[in-house]
Design a protein around this ligand. Sequence first.
Ligand SMILES: [Zn+2]
Length: 236
Amino acid sequence: MAALAFAVVTFFSTAAGGLFALHQRRHLYLVMGAAAGLLLGAALFDLLPEAIELSRTVGVGVAAAAGFAVFYAVEHFVHLGAAEHQKEDAVRAFGSVAALGLTVHSFLDGLAIGSAFVADPRLGVVVGVAVVGHDFGDGVSTVGVVLGSRGALRASIGWLLADALAPVAGALLALQLHVPRSVLAYLLAFFAGSFLFLGGAHLLPEAARAGHKGRLAAVVVASLALAGAVTWVAGR
Ligand SMILES: [Zn+2]
């Protein structure tokens, strides 16, 4: 029950992040910068350390590299397959792939909450607080990747809803089935790698082309620090 309660709170924190991003969409490049900083921070301060703690093997690094490479390849082939006049569609298509990736990640957030509660209720609370904190960033990122890839407003709201509901589905599944620690570690690392790509190689260059570089840098550093602070507070 407690796991589900956390998953439901996660729904609201994700939705709040997305609504904040929608509200600020006139300054889209700054929303993209905030999303980039939150994604990089989640990967470096939260997902990777947790993956390493669950499985102290080189497999964690391999899974992270695979996450980076898969998203790199998808972006490359989406652009490669598009003729000159379809470039806009290609960018939009990649935005949907990125939003799908974030939604699958949020499903795993729910799975992590559920599995942690099954293993130990105290661990469940720690993981739950960490997920609720960083999923505000997931909401910002979901809207950021869709709008930043020239997607429609309606599409960004649809993906935000999917991303907010995904943790509830993940928590429900985890309460039914036992996920081995090593599998969870590799999944977390895979998404850390994909977050490094989405934040560092997809959103940041797009945002830098679109606006004031000094303001962008300030927002990126501030959101990186925010992601670090949330992880630090949740881990205490
Ligand atoms: Zn998340």
